[in-house]
Write a protein that binds this ligand. Sequence first.
Ligand SMILES: [Zn+2]
Length: 309
Amino acid sequence: MPEHNIPLEDSALVRARTALGDFELTVCTDGTYLLDGGAMFGVVPKPLWQKRIPADNENRIRLGLNSVVVRTGKHAVVIETGVGNKQSEKMQKIHQNQALLPASLAAAGVSPAEVDIVINTHLHFDHCGWNTTLNPDGSVKPTFPNARYFAHAGEVAHGHLQLDRDRVSYLSPNYDPLIESGQMTLIDDAAIHAGGSICQGISVELFPGHTAQLMGVHIEPVRAVESRSAAGGAPHACYISDLIPTAHHLDPTWVMGYDLDPLRCIEERKRFYARAIPEQWLVLFTHDHETPMARIELNDKGKPVVMRG
Ligand SMILES: [Zn+2]
């Protein structure tokens, strides 16, 4: 399995590494955290989801916090930055998160100073936490000092509204200091409709539903000749973020209680599969600690499942 060829001693901190054309993809991790199992599986009855992922005695399940480092030859790109080290003691106790991303990047041989692009698919606290690092004196500094950060303008606007439903998910120290310093570029829908290019081979696309402006990240190496997918097409990976948070969420109807528009999520998942399955995209899962990447196929019942073999 080329996706899992990491030496055993590093496997806890570096979840997967693979070549995609002339790009290198490494899945780093901020560790794991605990979320309510019911919230993660929405209206799916517990007897069904519990067969796939066990809950503790407080009904919590363990999830991963995967960041993907893409080396394109020209750029070192980090997609998503985990929970970070700015959690209050109370929230840290609830989530039991470990703030491992700096150690994970080090284990993968990635220096924060060499990262020149950071992409946030949306601005929930568990996706952009290490955008900035909390100093002992209470101030924050950019974790990636030389990077240009990218996020959707609509996510920032939504976060600033501090709505009753989801204000706990939007922590402004994760993005406001970067906006104020000019280090974060805010993407709008017009830029996405014009192709959403971040750099050569990496682009963003809207997959709304979890939030109104959730972005998936497409990774499409330019020089792809030596590494054609089994389907014969050009290699293509996609970090689909919270549209499909884990490999246990592949069924289009297994959407999350957290999703702002679950019906839209179901339609967007179908739209995603219509390309990802026939073109055999490598799908990168944001919250799956055990299966950080997989190709998808339809089983004999027509349901999307992880491709075996
Ligand atoms: Zn989210």
